[in-house]
Design a protein around this ligand. Structure first.
Ligand SMILES: N[C@@H](CCC(=O)N[C@@H](CS)C(=O)NCC(=O)O)C(=O)O
Length: 204
C-alpha cells in the first residue's frame, strides 16, 4: 500500500471528515500541518492550486476536496464497506448529503463559524438565513432515523458531522433534538475523533 499523506489543520471541519474516515478504515496518513501560510506556498499550490485543505497524497496521486477524498479512500481501500452503499438508491442519497455538506452546510453553519471564530469576510446574515432554513429540514429528515442514509453510518454522516456539531461556535444554537441525537450517534462510532472546542459566542 502507498504511503498516505494528509495536509490539514485540526480545526478544519473539511479535514475532520477525512480524519474520521481514515480512523474508521483503520488507515494511517502522515500528517502535514497546513495553516494559512503553508497554503499560500508554491509547494502547496502545486498540490492544490485552490490553496485549500484537505489535500491527500496517495502515492503518485494527489486528491483535493474533502468529499472527493472520502470517495477516493472508500472506493480504493474499502469498496465493499458500509461507507458508500452499493445499492444505487442509497448511494445517490449519500451523494445528496455530500452536496448538502458542500452547499447548505458550508454556506450556513460553517460560514457562521468562519466569521465568528476566524474573522473570515463572509456575510453573517446570509449564513444565518441559510442555517436557519437548512437545520429544520435536516431535523425533519432525521425524525425516526439513526443515520442520514439507510440503516448504517455512511460517508453522509461523516461529511455532515463537523460543521453541524460546531454550529454553536458560529453563534447558532442547536435546538434540534433529532440532530443532537444523530450527532451523538456519530460520536459513538468506534474510532471517532473530536474536534478541538472553540468558545461559543454569546448574545447571538
Ligand atoms: N471544497 C473544499 C473546501 C475546503 C476549504 O474550504 N478548506 C478551507 C479550510 S476549512 C481552506 O483551506 N480555506 C482556505 C482558502 O479557501 O483559501 C473541500 O471540500 O475540501
Amino acid at each position: 500500500m502507498n504511503t498516505l499523506t494528509l495536509y490539514g489543520t485540526e480545526l478544519s471541519g473539511h479535514v475532520h471528515r477525512v480524519r474520521l474516515l481514515l480512523a474508521m478504515l483503520n488507515l494511517t496518513a502522515e500528517w502535514r500541518e497546513a495553516g494559512a501560510e503553508v497554503r499560500k506556498s508554491d509547494e502547496f499550490l502545486a498540490l492544490n492550486p485552490y490553496g485549500q485543505i484537505p489535500v491527500l497524497v496517495d502515492g503518485e496521486q494527489v486528491i483535493s476536496d474533502s468529499n472527493a477524498i472520502l470517495i477516493w479512500l472508500t472506493k480504493r481501500y474499502a469498496p465493499d464497506s458500509q461507507w458508500l452503499p452499493k445499492e444505487l438508491y442509497l448511494e445517490v442519497q449519500v451523494h445528496q448529503w455530500l452536496a448538502k455538506a458542500a452547499g447548505e452546510i458550508r454556506y450556513g453553519v460553517a460560514s457562521a463559524r468562519l466569521i465568528k471564530q476566524f474573522g473570515v469576510a463572509e456575510n453573517y446574515d446570509s449564513a444565518l438565513a441559510t442555517a436557519q432554513k437548512f437545520l429544520p429540514q435536516m431535523e425533519a429528515h432525521l425524525q425516526g432515523k439513526t443515520w442520514l442514509v439507510g440503516d448504517k453510518a455512511t460517508l453522509a454522516d461523516l461529511a455532515c458531522y463537523a460543521y453541524v456539531a460546531c454550529a454553536p461556535e458560529g453563534g447558532i444554537a442547536l435546538d434540534y433534538p433529532a440532530i443532537r441525537q444523530w450527532l451523538g450517534q456519530v460520536e459513538s462510532l468506534a474510532g471517532f475523533i473530536a474536534l478541538p472546542a472553540l468558545p461559543h459566542p454569546q448574545g447571538e
